[in-house]
Design a protein around this ligand. Structure first.
Ligand SMILES: Nc1nc2c(c(=O)[nH]1)N[C@H]1C(S)=C(S)[C@@H](COP(=O)(O)O)O[C@H]1N2
Ligand SMILES: [Mo]
Length: 199
């Protein structure tokens, strides 16, 4: 019987507990977009939170830049099974943007320039769990990766991190977004491997 010492064979192993089930680590940063890359200049860029009663809270680019920023370092998990560890971002916490928003809604539908949408519970955007990110690894966020600004919600599969984000619509009742309406899981927790409906 062969004695196999796992410590000395194969690829270096990922630190225990860092890779969700069914994922592999990559060092690349693949681009996954369902359509063409919209080009939005920061002069025209606007981000709006709309409440269930129709109240609108908007920020232009200069107003976004004037808000306090954070520099989260996070692991990314894509439903196509790649994970990327320790990515460095800069952006504004959604807690800052929601400070003056009064709502009784439990659900959020995120809208992007170009028409992409994705839904998630409002609580998954709050308490330090999500950002409007506009810098990646010390540089302006590239258009292919969602520049000038994207949503970053790293505790859910990456399809929830809407690129070219333009607004968040608050809803009393949940509504599926683009991938959620064609069979992706409604919530998308990588640690529970919620890839598709029924998982
Ligand atoms: N607007 C928009 N956001 C999007 C997508 C998209 O097609 N359009 N794709 C999603 C998917 S499926 C993934 S995996 C990630 C990919 O981000 P990346 O291209 O920066 O790796 O963006 C998500 N956000
Ligand atoms: Mo994805």
């Amino acid at each position: 019987m062969a004695i196999i010492s796992r410590g000395f064979h194969g690829r270096p192993r990922v630190p225990e507990g860092r890779l969700p089930p069914g994922q592999y680590e990559t060092r690349d940063f693949p681009v996954l977009s369902a359509g063409p890359t919209p080009r939005i200049s920061t002069d025209r860029w606007e981000f709006t939170i709309t409440t269930e009663s129709g109240a609108r809270h908007s920020w232009n680019w200069d107003q976004l830049m004037a808000l306090p920023t954070e520099q989260p370092t996070v692991d990314l998990h894509c439903v196509t099974k790649w994970s990327k560890f320790g990515t460095d971002w800069q952006g504004v916490s959604l807690d800052v943007l929601f400070e003056d928003v009064e709502t009784a809604a439990d659900y959020a539908l995120v809208h992007s320039y170009g028409g992409y949408t994705t839904n998630l519970p409002l609580e998954d955007l709050l308490d330090g769990k999500a950002w409007i990110a506009y810098r990646y690894e010390g540089e302006e966020l590239a258009p292919e990766h969602g520049g000038p600004a994207r949503l970053l919600v790293p505790h859910l599969y990456l399809w929830k991190s809407a690129k070219w984000v333009r607004g968040i619509q608050l809803l009393l009742q949940d509504e599926p977004g683009f991938w959620e309406s064609v069979g992706y899981h409604n919530y998308g927790d990588p640690w529970r491997e919620q890839r598709y409906q029924g998982d």
